[in-house]
Design a protein around this ligand. Sequence first.
Ligand code: FES
Length: 60
Amino acid sequence: PDVPFACAGGVCGTCRAKLVEGEVDMAENFALEKDEIEKGYILTCQSRPKTASIKLDFDA
Ligand code: FES
């Protein structure tokens, strides 16, 4: 599927999604606030899965 992105550099937040299941490593983050990260939001352009599968919600 097509996923939203713009800068691909961790700056704009266009690629933001909620991580519903699994874990990721996020390389850079210049867009998300601390409380967003605590709620499970990630920048998908900067994230690599750490688990065999992950589930994302781009509409959350
Ligand atoms: S596309 Fe801009 S932060 Fe991911």
